[in-house]
Ligand binder design. Structure first.
Ligand code: F6R
Length: 609
């Protein structure tokens, strides 16, 4: 998964490409490059390392061009290096290409290009075959050459192409990788994601699978897979470019942690109508459909999967429908109990996670109705769904998911209530009480944000540990999993999360003098059990940091440190108990000198398997 951007127009493409790529670095950042048409030739500048490295190298050259393509990479085929960086140029220098995705049959295509055309490959990438294929097929018509190349390609791709002999044209193609077009005045853009072009235009065309786009500076033509030109309505971006900037915070991750009260507010309040009921613009699910379903499947990856774990408990408790939660990369290769009596819920911040998208398509084939909880409007997951719950977290740029997670939780609570309501299994009074409880959570989240000094202190004491354990019971286990993932990805500390009751079945062997255990103990009905588990690890020398609801002073007798969150209904604690854990991961990572917004080896949007 990589970021692509392209420009054709009247301004200097160099500035626009570098600026656009800076908004896409979340998609990958191990190398970056640009290709420009300058005075009759295609010139490529590409380097291993962050975008800043590329910017520093091209700035003194004072390059100027009106058409160009740019790329920020997350390596799949071939290590991060100058030569494997994109753009890739074809064997005679006639075509330059950027690509996000994977060409699954690249090895066969490569053999064919070597055997039949004697082409020498420069890089280890799958992408290079696309550049050569297009040049092999090029006979004075770039669109025809791209179409012929695409017919030979299998896999997932969003590509951008420019050609030496057609300097007034740029071509882009989408198959299973995100692609949008920005429409400007005497200028047009392509990009993997909207923030890349938002400084220049708010008029966007969302490109669908198997579509080919031909851009000149004053025209955009979209063709379907049969070569028929199609009309597409402009999507007007209403959110602000500033929403994708840091606004004074040191990191996007910190800014996004702080945006959680607003995310909770927006997700909830935009859906409440004048009578105080939920009203979902993109959900058509009704009583008749719901009566048909005998189970719900929730499928997602990483943090979104953890939201699904909480979602299961919320739906089962509030709506009384059995729920199975699965990891998308497992689900898509399993034989699930999915049929036309299944409601399938896909959860994804980006809406582009390949495993989630393919799971959704698999469930659809098996007859399920698809509802997605998704943050990015118009993303692939959203477009392939029957019902959509947009989370309204706003753009999430930090690679580690924070505000998307809490809005996904909010979405699940709301959906659970909605399902109960349409099923007729919950009285109006109870339904209204739950909505009131949900409405108090944004303030509790804001209160939780004020405890950062305490967490910073704990992080400063614990950042040198080789491993940190998390444990909990009930909903706290789900948040233990999420807390552990956050710590791993930001701090690179080895971390394990377990159901506290499982300690004695093996993991307690790892506990010794000084081992740090973070014990989530927010669930009143499981509190005594948690205290026993805390005593068990304390007896083996562990240093215990507990998370508890305010008012629970007794826990101070067993834990070494206590972090208090506001008192609320047991079912809703995940909305706030995760916040100190996000802070903890952030501050530990800072102490260790890590790049918090762009942790090593990761990318924001995982559009490969
Ligand atoms: C962790 C994280 C990842 C994502 C996962 C799914 O902080 O960000 O685990 O949650 O890659 O991504 P989406 O939600 O975009 O499908």
């Amino acid at each position: 998964m990589c970021g692509i951007v392209g420009y054709i127009g009247h301004r200097n493409a160099v500035d626009i490409l570098i600026d656009g790529l800076s908004k896409l670095e979340y998609r990958g950042y191990d190398s970056a490059g640009i290709a420009l048409y300058i005075a009759g030739d295609l010139e490529v500048y590409k380097y291993k390392g962050r975008l800043q490295n590329l910017a520093d190298k091209v700035e003194p050259l004072q390059l100027s061009a009106n058409i160009g393509i740019g790329h920020t990479r997350w390596a799949t085929h071939g290590e991060p290096s100058d030569v494997n960086a994109h753009p890739h140029i074809s064997y005679q220098g006639k075509v330059a290409i950027i690509h996000n995705g994977i060409i699954e049959n690249y090895a066969q295509l490569k053999d064919w290009l070597i055997d039949e055309h004697g082409i020498e490959f420069q890089s280890e990438t799958d992408t290079e075959v696309i550049a050569h294929l297009i040049e092999v097929f090029y006979e004075d018509d770039l669109l025809d050459a791209v179409n012929r190349a695409v017919r030979r390609m299998e896999g997932a791709y969003a590509i951008g192409v420019i050609a030496q002999e057609e300097p007034d044209t740029m071509i882009a193609v989408r198959k299973d990788s995100p692609l949008i077009v920005g429409v400007g005045d005497n200028e047009n853009f392509i990009a993997s994601d909207i923030p890349a072009i938002l400084n220049y235009t708010r008029d966007v065309l969302l490109i669908e699978n198997d579509e080919v786009v031909v851009l000149t500076k004053d025209e955009v033509q979209i063709y379907d897979s049969l070569g028929q030109e199609i009309e597409r309505d402009i999507y007007q971006v209403t959110w602000d470019a500033a929403a994708a900037e840091k606004e004074g915070y040191a990191h996007f991750t910190m800014k996004e942690i702080h945006e959680q009260p607003k995310g909770l507010h927006d997700t909830l309040h935009r859906r409440i109508d004048a009578e105080g009921n939920f009203k979902f613009e993109h959900i058509a699910l009704d009583k008749a459909m719901l009566e048909k379903f005998n189970r719900i499947y929730i499928v997602a990856c990483g943090t979104a999967y953890h939201a699904g774990l909480v979602g299961k408990r919320a739906i089962e408790k509030l709506a009384g429908i059995p729920v199975i939660v699965d990891i998308a990369s497992e689900f898509r290769y399993s034989e699930p109990f999915v049929d036309d009596k299944t409601l399938f819920i896909a959860v994804s911040q980006s809406g582009e996670t390949l495993d989630t998208l393919q799971s959704l398509r698999y469930a659809k084939q098996l007859g399920a109705r698809i509802l997605s909880i998704v943050n990015v409007v118009g993303s692939s997951v959203a477009r392939d769904s029957d019902d959509i719950f947009y989370t309204w977290a706003g753009p999430e740029i930090g690679v580690a998911s924070t505000k998307a997670f809490t809005t996904q939780l909010m979405a699940f609570y709301m959906l659970a209530l909605h399902l109960a309501k349409i099923k007729g299994s919950m009285k109006d009074e109870e339904y209204n009480q739950w909505i009131e409880k949900l409405a108090t959570m944004e303030q509790l989240a804001a209160d939780t944000l004020t405890i950062d000094a305490q967490i910073q202190k704990i992080a400063a004491e614990q950042f040198n540990n080789e491993s940190i354990f998390f444990m909990g019971r009930g909903l706290d286990v789900d948040i233990a999993f999420e807390s552990s993932l956050k710590l791993k990805e930001l701090s690179y500390i080895n971390s394990l999360a377990i159901a506290a009751g499982e300690l004695k079945h093996g993991t307690i062997a790892l506990i010794q003098e000084g081992t740090v255990v973070i014990a989530l103990a927010t669930q009143a009905h499981l509190y005594e059990k948690m205290v026993s588990n805390i005593r068990e690890v304390k007896a083996r020398g562990a240093y215990v940091v507990a998370i508890a609801q305010e008012g629970n002073r007794a826990i101070e007798d067993v834990a070494d440190d206590v972090i208090y969150i506001g008192a609320c209904d047991n079912l809703l604690t995940p909305l706030i108990s995760v916040i100190p854990m996000q802070y903890f991961a952030y501050y530990v990572a800072l102490q260790r000198g890590n790049d918090v917004d762009k942790p090593r080896n990761l990318a924001k949007s995982v559009t490969v398997e």
